[in-house]
Ligand binder design. Structure first.
Ligand SMILES: NC(=O)c1ccc[n+]([C@@H]2O[C@H](COP(=O)([O-])OP(=O)(O)OC[C@H]3O[C@@H](n4cnc5c(N)ncnc54)[C@H](O)[C@@H]3O)[C@@H](O)[C@H]2O)c1
Ligand SMILES: [Fe+2]
Length: 437
């Protein structure tokens, strides 16, 4: 908790120091990486590989839509051919609600399973991670919220993402939702990183355009927030910048033609690269705000990120102009050597253009003025205590940033947009010279 008597500047400097120190620890912490299988048919190859591990019974976690689409058939055929027993639990719903996870823990135990396959989007993968960790520690999900709260690691988890996406196949996080309190909670532990993952574009051809757009913008937000925060390393910067280039090139293609396997595969890879980056370098205010919108209004995670991204970047701009210029070059919306300020503006314009191209609205219909102060308070608390943001927001400024997304005709919006979002001194992150465009 940050004492209220601290001035904005003292708070910024204090938090910045604490978060930089945390960043040093994070860099020293080894985070495992799954063995990856990539390309059409990868999910069946994962099934074949799992056969060699001699598991007694696989707990396949998924959702009803994936079951209905028959997407698991090739992997299940491979498991059957190899004589590996399995049971399907397909009750997961968006945002991995705790009651559904609790149901999954019971079934996992009752069936005597000793490994887990997470087959679906981020909600499914996160639910599977939570089920595994809770079952291993005999604890309910709420007791494992936070960092390394369990004594034991889960049974081996294998992941098949069907969105691109969250990057959950490579991350230390399981985001779950608590419907009783309208909030999202994070369980973080390096032992819940899957052992193997299959990126199979065949599974993504039926992903509807709106979901393709929202999940792709989630991946883009991971890459951007990992790159502009304080905890970036040469590895995370490389992953994040590669993801940005790949997403700018392939997301509009996958959105227009879902059957384009090459674009789907590139998006799946980009989502994984962004996941590798942000699970080490973390995220920032876009996610801090999106998590509150998801908790309160059940706004799809990627959509909430996409709507907030331009407004947060606009606020951060004074602190991250060099990084925005690098991003513009990697997104191929500008050329190395152009003036930094022009490149930065080009990148901000490109984000707006990408959202428009993907049919993402500028405003969030569900957002209500009376909720804004509480949303801002919770977002600032989440960011202050977790994220290495390049510039700190007061709650008041955060309110104004959130108000940018109020539905157009709301009376509060007119007043809100007149307020400037700048005017707060905050530490600026220094980048290595090699990263300038
Ligand atoms: N663990 C992490 O590191 C991490 C990172 C970012 C987000 N998240 C969390 O992940 C969740 C969101 O995951 P998501 O964006 O992948 O969405 P999702 O998993 O909720 O899926 C969205 C919808 O798409 C459907 N769907 C999934 N794959 C499909 C396919 N191939 N074809 C047709 N329909 C398909 C699902 O059934 C669902 O209805 C949120 O709770 C978010 O907070 C976690
Ligand atoms: Fe995300």
């Amino acid at each position: 908790m940050i004492p209220s008597f601290m001035t904005g500047l003292a708070r910024s400097v204090g938090l910045s120091t604490v978060m930089r120190a945390a960043g040093v620890v994070t860099r020293l912490m080894p985070i495992p990486q799954p063995t990856m299988m990539v390309g059409p048919g990868a999910s069946a190859r994962l099934g074949q590989a799992i056969n060699d591990f001699g598991h007694r019974k696989i707990f396949i976690v998924t959702d009803a839509i994936i079951t209905k689409l028959g997407l698991m058939a090739p992997m299940i055929a491979a498991l059957k051919a190899g004589g590996t027993d399995h049971v399907v639990f397909d009750a997961i719903t968006p945002d991995a609600p705790i009651p559904v996870i609790e149901q999954g823990i019971e079934v996992f135990k009752a069936e005597g399973c000793d490994a887990i396959v997470a087959f679906g989007g981020g909600s499914v993968m996160d639910a599977a991670k939570a089920i595994g960790l809770c079952a291993a520690n005999d604890k309910p999900p709420r007791q494992l919220v936070g960092y390394f709260r369990g004594l034991r690691g889960p049974a081996p988890i294998y992941a098949v993402p069907t969105t691109a996406g969250t990057g959950s196949e490579v991350t230390v996080a399981a985001v779950v939702s608590d419907p009783a309190h309208n909030r999202k909670l994070v369980i973080a532990d390096t032992r819940i990183v899957p052992k193997m993952a299959a990126l199979d574009p065949d599974l993504m051809v039926g992903l509807p355009p709106a979901t393709t757009a929202a999940t792709g913008m989630d991946a883009l937000t991971h890459a951007i927030e990992a790159y502009i925060g304080h905890w970036g390393t040469a590895f995370t910067d490389r992953m994040a910048l590669s993801a940005v280039g790949m997403i700018f090139e392939n997301l509009p293609v996958a959105y227009d033609n879902g059957r384009d396997l090459a674009a789907r595969e590139k998006m799946a890879l980009a989502s994984t690269y962004a996941g590798l980056a942000f699970t080490r370098a973390n995220v920032g205010y876009v996610h801090a705000i999106a998590h509150q919108l998801g908790g309160l209004y059940h706004t799809p995670h990627g959509l909430a990120n996409a709507i907030m991204l331009p407004h947060v970047l606009q606020f951060l701009r004074p602190a991250i102009q060099p990084q925005l210029a690098v991003l513009a070059v990697r997104a191929r919306v500008g050329k190395a050597g152009e003036p930094e300020a022009e490149l930065a503006q080009k990148f901000l314009d490109a984000i707006d253009a990408m959202n428009a191209r993907l049919g993402i609205p500028r405003q969030l219909d569900a957002l209500r003025e009376e909720d804004v102060p509480a949303l801002a308070r919770a977002a600032c608390r989440e960011a202050d205590t977790n994220y290495p943001v390049p510039r700190y927001m007061s709650e008041e400024v955060c309110e104004d940033v959130i108000r940018q997304a109020l539905p157009k005709k709301g009376p509060a919006r007119k007043a809100a947009v007149k307020k400037p979002l700048a005017a707060k001194k905050a530490p600026v992150r220094r980048r290595k010279a090699a990263e300038s465009p």
